[in-house]
Design a protein around this ligand. Structure first.
Ligand code: ZN
Length: 124
């Protein structure tokens, strides 16, 4: 029995492919173009995330006065300054079960009523 023929198109230029059924590209040119495109999308996404993390860190740093170990702020104030809550570098959970959210060396602990405690990572 004959399998129905699938028409497959090049992932780069979308022209119908001829020949081997596992082919994904017309030729090396299309393969390279496709891979370069993917790489630049990845690089852009990484750059955007890195920028957001740096901005978050700068915002936390600016709200924590020099010489102070902690400072309190509100969610509203953080959002006003452009803080993006979805971007963090890591979490730290204390023995008592409190979770700190970090952007590099600065972090925050959510408190009650949309208040936040800002902290700087202590040297180990
Ligand atoms: Zn092609």
């Amino acid at each position: 029995m004959l399998q129905p023929k699938e028409t497959r198109n090049c992932l780069a230029c979308d022209k119908p492919l001829k020949g081997r059924s596992d082919k994904k590209f017309c030729d090396d040119y299309c393969r390279a173009a496709y891979n370069n495109e993917l790489k630049s999308i990845t690089n852009n996404q990484m750059r955007n995330i890195n920028n957001a993390l740096s901005k978050n860190r700068r915002i936390l740093e600016a709200l924590l006065p020099e010489g102070e170990e902690t400072a309190k702020t509100t969610r509203e104030k953080l959002i006003q300054k452009g803080f993006a809550f979805k971007y963090i570098t890591h979490l730290y959970t204390t023995k008592t079960g409190k979770t700190y959210y970090y952007c590099y060396d600065h972090g925050y602990l959510p408190l009650e009523n949309d208040w936040y405690l800002i902290v700087r990572r202590k040297e180990d």
